[in-house]
Design a protein around this ligand. Sequence first.
Ligand SMILES: Nc1nc2c(ncn2[C@@H]2O[C@H](COP(=O)(O)OP(=O)(O)OP(=O)(O)O)[C@@H](O)[C@H]2O)c(=O)[nH]1
Ligand SMILES: [Mg+2]
Length: 286
Amino acid sequence: MTRCGVVVLAGRPNVGKSTLLNALVGEHLAIVSPKPQSTRLPVVGLLTRGDAQFIFTDSPGLLEPEYQLHEVMRAAAVRAIDDAEVIAYLHPLAEFPAPPLEQVAKLKRPPRAPVVTVYTKADLAPTSTVLHQPPPSSTVFVSALTGAGLDILLETLRVALPESPFHYNPDELATQPMRFFAAEFVREAAFELLHEELPYSVAVEIDEFREEQSPVYIRAVVYVERASQKGIVIGEGGRTIKALGQAARAKIEALLGGRVFLELHAKVLPKWRRQQSSLKRLGYAR
Ligand SMILES: Nc1nc2c(ncn2[C@@H]2O[C@H](COP(=O)(O)OP(=O)(O)OP(=O)(O)O)[C@@H](O)[C@H]2O)c(=O)[nH]1
Ligand SMILES: [Mg+2]
């Protein structure tokens, strides 16, 4: 009998959830940043290996909400934990031991699904972080950067998956539409090119997506919260928005496997992070 199920990657911000999803799937699907709170919506990546199909779900970091966007990010993460068949709870090895997931996720009762504790960024942990007793069987140490521990992680997750027919064709990698990834990659470029707090004020909406033509035509709006931020995003003579467009286009082309024409416009959506109607419109809130 085959095995198949949803494996959520959960944990605090910046522990390496998105990097691990990409390493497991072998494709850059989820955006990654040295800055915390880069993931705002769950991202699904599929891996079919032998008799097992893993439906990996990257989730936003479990944070202390400070404003409305944080609330919906946290709610999405908790929902992903509730809906999972297996929970991979990530925590950096350098900060061993991990606090209980119930505490970090503020769950009212222990999660329904089995939990595998995954210590991440093993390449960064000092060698003195060796454990004095053998870790419990549901604990794995990985480095998404070097690939160390990934096979052991997959085997540990595989035995925890329910017996089930595959839900997806074995060569599929993603379930979300290309326009979702296009918007995310513009945001990833914003995390790379804009300084300090500005990436947190950036949201991206795809206005037009014409996949039937070559190059694929994409028009996107880069929303910020204030007019001064719009000026920075555009930059002197349009320099910054041009660089954003180039960086995002390369990422979209890599995933799409074809040429893309990407047009970006900057607009102000005042205080969108604190307004339910804006969060709904941007796809962050239900
Ligand atoms: N050295 C090292 N760095 C890593 C590893 N995994 C992730 N990182 C780095 O850690 C930072 C955060 O990684 P992300 O994958 O964005 O973390 P995340 O948990 O998805 O973060 P949020 O979405 O913001 O909650 C990035 O700079 C990654 O390059 C690893 O195994 N080794
Ligand atoms: Mg992430």
